[in-house]
Design a protein around this ligand. Structure first.
Ligand SMILES: *Cc1c(COP(=O)(O)O)cnc(C)c1O
Length: 363
């Protein structure tokens, strides 16, 4: 008997990017020029130490969307928005951004041969995001105002100048982002009981719900999750019920006082029997540290709001539930916050000898 070896190098399927993978559910045709960095297909990772803190038998997983090509879920929306802009013949795109949208818009626009104009709130964009936008070649305009003001400006600009708006009011953004819900169902075999998600401009919560509903209608899951949205206490208009003029939180990605998708977010909450809750910066930081130090997962502060929120309302979690927390961005985006809030110190100035190193190690 002879051993038969596989004739291909590997039978592992190559991921083609989310537009190709989910083409049948997306508004694209054969003539749409697909602008892709092979985004999507991010891991859904069990987090047993965090699940244990709930004190009952539950399954908790994180959708680690910080592993997208520019380090956040914004790539899902941007592959669609830029492909459709290119199809329509756009030469330039514009967005307001707390950082991640600008990084994604810049990368995909430049790949498509377009100019990318990004308006950011001066002094409130994490270092990694600014570095990315600049290196990708975006035209970065820092305004002396917050995100909400930047969004008002770009909404206006897009109606009077030859620039395509790629914020989440662009419907193609949400179409691309809904694929994250498809991936969650594909991985679990069904929808989770709860979907916990940070909420800023409320595009992502809207997109996830669209995705779950579409899969449900197609018979690919037999239930829908409760959508649990979390905002930072200092920027929680959906919880207080009115816009926040001066939003404040160290989770700069969700430092938004007047979400563009406000009505849709409320509709998602009621249709899914979900909830919006606020989490403090301290609770966000505690979850951020927990994810890194107990689970080995480095997300950005805003992303940790999903886990902080789940832990805050843990008494409501039914026994046996499956919960997915969305980790929207990569921790490497914001090294300043990591260094400032690490409880860990590192030892410096050690003599370069075995003895000195061993002694410092406590041997
Ligand atoms: C954009 C962003 C959010 C907020 O998403 P919305 O769609 O605006 O609600 C949360 N976390 C990170 C890391 C982001 O980049």
């Amino acid at each position: 008997m002879t051993l038969s070896l596989p004739t291909t190098k590997s039978n592992r399927q190559v991921w083609p990017g989310l537009i190709e993978a989910y083409r049948q559910y997306l508004p694209v045709t054969e003539t749409t020029p697909v602008v892709t960095l092979l985004e999507g297909n991010t891991p859904l990772i069990p987090v047993p130490s965090i699940a244990q803190r709930i004190g009952r038998q539950v399954r908790v997983l994180v959708k680690y969307d910080g592993l997208n090509p520019t380090g956040s879920f914004k790539d899902r929306g941007m592959t669609m928005a830029i492909s459709k802009a290119k199809e329509a013949g756009a030469k330039a795109v514009i967005c307001a951004s707390t950082g991640n949208t600008s990084a994604a818009a810049a990368a995909y626009a430049k790949r498509a041969g377009m100019r990318a104009f990004v308006l950011i709130p001066e002094g409130y964009v994490a270092l990694g995001k600014l570095a990315q936008a600049l290196l990708y070649g975006a035209e970065v305009l820092a305004i002396k105002g917050n995100f909400d003001r930047a969004l008002e400006i770009v909404l206006e600009m897009a109606t009077s100048y030859p620039v395509t708006l790629v914020n989440s009011v662009n419907p193609y953004r949400l179409e691309g982002q809904k694929t994250a819900a498809f991936e969650v169902v594909d991985a679990l075999g069904n929808a989770p009981d709860w979907l916990c998600i940070p909420v800023g401009n409320a595009g992502n919560i809207t997109a996830y719900w669209m995705g779950f509903c579409q899969y449900h209608q197609a018979g690919l899951c037999d239930r829908l999750p409760r959508m649990m949205g979390f905002q930072a206490t200092g920027a929680s208009p959906l919880i207080t019920g009115k816009p926040v003029a001066h939003p404040e939180t160290l989770a700069t990605a969700i430092r938004i006082g007047n979400p563009a998708n406000w009505e849709r977010a409320i509709a998602v909450q009621s249709a899914s029997k979900g909830q919006f809750n606020a989490v403090t910066d301290d609770e966000i930081l505690a979850a951020y540290q927990l994810l890194a130090s107990e689970e080995g997962i480095f997300c950005e502060p805003a992303s940790a709001a999903s886990v902080a929120g789940m832990l805050k309302v843990k008494d409501q979690i039914p026994t046996g539930a499956t919960i997915v927390c969305v980790l929207t961005g990569n921790g490497l985006k914001d090294p300043d916050t990591a260094l400032q809030h690490s409880q860990n110190s590192f030892k410096q100035g050690i003599e370069p000898t075995i003895t000195a190193v061993a002694q410092t190690m406590g041997f």
